[in-house]
Design a protein around this ligand. Sequence first.
Ligand code: EPU
Length: 344
Amino acid sequence: MTDTELKALGVVRNADLKPLTTFAVPAKAKFYVEVKSLDALRRVLSHPELSREPRLVLGGGSNILFTKDFDGLVIGMRIDFLEEIGQTEHSRTIRVGAGRSWSQTVDETLERGWPGLENLALVPGTVGGAAVQNIGAYGLEAAERITKVECLDARTLEPCVLDVDECDYGYRSSIFKSEQCADLIVVSVVLELPKVFEPRIAYKELAAVFADAKPQTPMEVAQAVKSIRRKKLPDPAELPNAGSFFKNPVVTRIKQRHLLEDMPQLVSYPLAGGRAKLAAGWLIEAVGMKGKRAGDAAVYDRQALVLVNYGNATGEQIKALADEVAGKVRLRFGVKLEPEPVII
Ligand code: EPU
């Protein structure tokens, strides 16, 4: 492939990925391209050589850890729009480009007076990332508002639209993370927002904020969520991180009972189907790893679920610290911690 050809497509060779991920660890991509439209994406994917490269789509880069260089094509998803496409008596439907910032999208819907996304205020990343990852916080998951996910099939270059019930949504998971969807690139997401504000404030910390007076507007809920998040979660612009590094593990009710017999203080929540979710942050704190630092890689001292990079940590060092944390939790509690970010 000639440099002129690459330039015409906006493709950069040997690109630096460090500024493109919120963990800010050093890594390079063999090829990197930013796409702002479906046509631009098609042009890149229809190039015979680029189409054969291993592929990775980056949204906000807020849920990924590079432990080595990426020997292929990294696509920076920048398709960025928001449009209202319909309404009924009870709801409003919007379509949002996969590359639009999630947190801006939440703010914009609230400014337009549309409730529905307030609990997910300030979650980093893009709308595409939200649909792939099924982001969730303070009692709401993205899948509850998504109705369709619009993709481009990188192999056929044809559109492929999935209804929400085809997306196999679960806790921080979706079909888009599975091998069957390896060729699908999310390009836009359709969300349905209720017209009537239904405050969702059962989450412990929100309930505490609104103990005396129920919120009257979704903005109030968003403000409360933002202030809780700012207290507990480091701002990646100041202290690089990727939010929760581990998922909260799901165990059987029997396992939960055994753990509680030993440690009645363990924080856990019953789930349907005879299962229970354990607060991984609590487990990590209990094995003494909260605040633990190994070089510039560290377990955040205000929220043990978050790993941070104090400056010059490499992806490998962060991964090694994560393995140490998971190893200690496994040894002490017999519980397996799974990472939430994609690890390359
Ligand atoms: N806890 C500790 N020590 C810690 C952290 C937490 O003991 O260092 C215990 C506390 O008792 C706390 C409980 O764990 O009450 C749960 O903590 P928190 O409410 O902060 O929620 P989380 O389980 O740590 C999850 C999500 C977050 C989301 C919050 C709020 C996961 C992996 N993380 O965190 O999502 O913002 O709930 O809904 O599910 C993310 O996915 O990147 C993320 C930040």
